[in-house]
Design a protein around this ligand. Structure first.
Ligand code: CS2
Ligand code: MG
Length: 411
């Protein structure tokens, strides 16, 4: 089965998505997600200028060989642009293999290890009242676990918090679709001391309102030093978090040793990692509890399955990155992996907007708090090319942070 056509499709139904569409001589079509939020067009160029010409005429069945060829032949390894491009090829080839076999991808990965994947949603609010409303709203949507983010007194705008404005009759949910867009990154503010004082009071209030059983998560978004992260983990212990995410910028994997020595709050890391090497120390020394890799930025389904199998040897579980900037194709890819592996932990699930769902038709379901990729052959996602063509690329930047004295900080 030969790859005959390869197209890169950019569409912005509610936010920008980059999709690789491969077609074989036997008529099978495979889709891969290559979306890199805020830097989308660099992956488009990588694919169009350097990868697509290499794919035509290749055997579509040779997924591992194609991955190794693209990774090693470039010489320049790793990085989000390279790995998103390779990831899209890998996903598209798994999609094609599934269609050729007449099976959903999870069957090719070993079959289902569970009936569905527990999902967490993003509950947030500038204050406790808004946060409680958001938690209730998520529970009504069927979520059985929620991420909790709030405003910090004295800070005007923090990433990860829904604004108070009302849109379409409901609270505006941060970074849900339509995504906030601008020709320059929005400036937000930050103060770690205020945050460290405030956050435990928020979790205390949430526990007393919603009880001990609801799994609660929190994202530190790389903002703390190791000792600050250790302090936060310790101060949140009474509230029994499911996880504390990205407590430090984990490029320095060794820093997590210090955090780990001080707290039993479970740690999740890795949404911005691109290869297993970024996790090597974290996994082999059991410095984290959940691997946050996403199919899209981690080189596709093949390496995602491998890193989860590596993590399984250390009783570390999956917690794949699932915000709306992972397209329905990338999201489906990680659902298939999550259903098949033994060490599934939890799946982040921010819901896409209506236009995105009309552009990408999905077999995925979300029932009783559990996600399932569906049983259509392949990944279970179809791209309506005519619909996609209605929404051209729009320049969009993620925000950034400054401290009170003007210093740029992690956001
Ligand atoms: C966040 C994301 O989902 C998460 O945990 O950290 O919203 C992240 O900031 C975006 O995906 C960046 O593109
Ligand atoms: Mg995160």
């Amino acid at each position: 089965m030969i790859i005959e056509r390869a197209e890169v499709i950019v569409t912005s139904p509610n936010r920008n998505f980059v999709t690789l569409r491969l077609q074989t001589d036997e008529g099978h079509v495979g889709l891969g997600d290559a979306t890199l939020n805020g830097r989308e067009l660099s992956v488009v160029s990588y694919l169009k200028d350097h990868v697509v010409p290499l794919l035509i005429g290749k055997d579509a069945h040779r997924i591992e060989d194609t991955w190794q060829f693209l990774y090693r032949s470039a010489y320049w390894r790793r990085g989000p642009v390279t790995m998103a491009a390779i990831g899209a090829v890998d996903m598209a080839l798994w999609d094609i293999k599934g269609k050729a076999a007449g099976m959903p991808v999870y069957q090719l990965l070993g079959g289902a290890s569970r009936t569905g994947l527990m999902a967490y949603g993003h509950a947030s609010g500038v204050d406790l009242q808004a946060l409680f409303d958001s938690i209730r709203e998520h529970r009504e949507l069927g979520y059985r676990s929620v991420r909790v983010q709030t405003g910090v007194p004295g800070l005007k705008a923090i990433y990860g918090i829904a604004a108070q404005s009302v849109i379409d009759g409901g609270l505006e949910r941060y970074d849900h679709e339509p995504a906030r867009r601008g020709a320059y990154p929005a400036e937000e503010d930050w103060d770690t001391r205020s945050y460290l004082h405030h956050l435990p009071t928020v979790f205390e209030a949430v526990r007393s309102e919603f009880g001990p059983d609801l799994p609660l998560l929190h994202d530190g978004h790389h903002r703390m030093t190791p000792i600050q992260a250790a302090k936060l983990g310790k101060s949140l212990e009474p509230y029994d978090l499911f996880w504390l995410e990205d407590c430090t910028p984990a490029e320095n994997q060794d820093a997590l040793r210090l955090v780990r020595q001080h707290t039993t709050t479970p740690l999740a890391i890795g949404e911005i990692f691109n290869t297993v090497w970024d996790f090597q120390t974290l996994i082999s020394e059991q410095l984290i509890d959940y691997v946050r890799a996403a199919s899209t930025h981690f080189g596709g389904i093949s390496p995602l399955k491998k890193v989860m199998d590596f993590a399984a040897q250390y009783q570390i579980k999956s917690g794949c990155h699932g915000p709306t900037d992972i397209s329905p194709v990338g999201f489906a890819a990680q659902l298939h992996v999550g259903l098949a592996i033994h060490n599934f932990g939890i799946q982040e699930y921010m819901q896409h907007g209506e236009r995105t769902n009309a552009t990408f038709q999905q077999s995925m379901t979300f029932e009783n708090g559990l996600l399932h990729p569906g049983d259509n052959p392949g990944l279970g996602v179809d791209l309506d090319v005519d619909e996609a063509g209605k929404y051209p690329y729009e320049q969009a930047y993620l925000p950034f942070n400054r401290l009170a004295d003007g210093t740029v900080h992690d956001w």
